[in-house]
Ligand binder design. Structure first.
Ligand code: PLP
Length: 405
């Protein structure tokens, strides 16, 4: 049998440390390895696989469009992009949308829009615009984005970084208010931090942040690349607090698990700063991406996956919270977006996810020694139960051996 893991390790760049499993097939909430062993996917490709693997409707949208028209660039109109943008705007309540590919590109687009808005609309002096970000943020991996990361490893060795960014503690509205200056263009925030450890801010935080932004003529930019599109039981996580941002980033699940599709959406006043030649992307909004993006949005609504994430997600959080084990420090989350933080001095989350892999459950650790659960939104309660039972067993075994030692 070909040593696929070895090939990746020898010829790859080493910027990932995959778990020792080679996945060759997927369907719904399950994937299979080379030996035909089945795993339940509780990771959901960091929320990119929200529709489950190889969803027939999305496969159909992808393959039919691939046979009709592929990439033409944005030098011409296509019959696919318009309907996709209309749908995205209608669902989110935004006026306009700018298509990119990766999530990081959508964030870069938001940063460019906010800066240009600050100069052209707000009247900030040239090159003085500031963007406020949150501690523990994750917005992607470009140089400017990692420049305002609070993770030392993400920045180490990659400087110098562009200026114009500051950071305030996540979940602290008064710190945001204190950080705003006349030159502040925007506050960029994840309504629930994903990579940072599935961090749910205190109730009222986002609404208060929105109020502070409005009072100071500062744009509220919500990065919903991971928390959006039904993940938390609402279309957007910011809707839990009745907040409509000035700019919004979507990605990950927007590509239906098929290919990278991202959007920066905004109010007209913000989006109108872009003129021809200002910004762009060769593949952004290409016909295949547009067809898949539209099918993903339609599937989300038609299959009532947002409602499903709310009910099955509540079940997941109930089940996780009910696990009685001294190793668990905290269970956090909303909808089908949950984190189980473990006491660092007792066990590393990495050890637990390796044991879960052996037990047939795919997941991944994230910051704050936390195990992440972001399964496809199509998951049902019995599948959740099965995965939580495996977690319970693994934690019990570890707790028992810790006591013996
Ligand atoms: C994953 C993620 C990104 C970056 O998306 P890529 O497609 O990996 O570039 C940005 N913001 C958030 C909140 C994310 O979770």
């Amino acid at each position: 049998m070909t040593d696929f893991a070895g090939l990746e390790s020898r010829f790859g760049a080493g910027n990932y440390a995959p778990l020792p499993v080679t996945i060759v097939r997927g369907a719904g909430v399950y994937v299979w390895d080379e030996a035909g062993r089945r795993y339940i996917d509780m990771m959901g490709a960091y929320s990119a696989a929200s529709f489950g693997h190889c969803h027939p409707r999305l496969v159909k949208a992808l393959t039919e469009q691939a046979q009709r028209l592929d990439t033409i660039s944005r030098a011409y109109f296509s019959d696919q992009l318009g309907p996709f943008l209309v749908k995205a705007c209608a669902l989110t309540g935004m006026d306009a949308a700018l298509p990119m590919n990766s999530g990081a590109e959508a964030v870069e687009t938001a940063l460019k829009a906010a800066r240009k808005w600050a100069y052209k609309v707000k009247g900030v002096p040239t090159d003085r615009a500031e963007i406020i970000t949150a501690e523990g943020n994750f917005h992607g991996r470009t140089i400017s984005i990692i420049g305002f990361s609070s993770q030392t490893q993400y920045r180490d060795g990659f400087g110098p970084f562009p200026p114009g960014f500051t950071r305030v503690p996540f979940g602290d509205a008064s710190a945001l208010a204190a950080a705003v200056t006349p030159d502040t263009a925007a506050f960029l925030v994840e309504p629930i931090q994903g990579e940072g450890g599935i961090n749910v801010p205190p109730p009222g935080y986002l609404a208060e942040a929105a109020r502070i932004c409005k009072a100071n003529n500062v744009l509220l930019l919500c990065d919903e690349i991971q928390s959006g599109l039904g993940r938390t039981g609402r279309l957007l996580a910011c809707q839990h607090e009745g907040v409509t941002p000035d700019g919004l980033m979507l990605g990950k699940a927007l590509g239906g698990g098929m290919l990278p599709v991202s959007l920066f959406l905004a109010r007209r006043e913000v989006m109108q700063v872009f003129t021809p030649g200002d910004h762009g992307s060769t593949f952004g909004g290409n016909p295949i991406a547009s067809a898949v993006g539209l099918a993903a949005l339609d599937t989300l609504i038609d299959e009532r996956l947002i409602e499903r994430a709310a009910t099955v997600g509540a079940h997941l959080l109930d089940r996780l919270s009910a696990i009685k084990n001294p190793i668990i420090r905290e269970v956090r989350g909303r909808g089908l977006f949950a984190g189980v933080e473990l006491h660092r001095n007792m066990v590393s989350a990495g050890t637990v996810i390796s044991r879960l892999l052996q037990a047939g459950v795919l997941t991944k650790d994230t910051h704050r020694n936390t195990i992440r659960f972001a399964p496809p939104l199509i998951i049902d309660e019995s599948q959740v139960d099965w995965a939580v039972d495996r977690l319970t067993e693994v934690l019990n075994e570890i707790a028992a051996s810790t006591v013996q030692a």
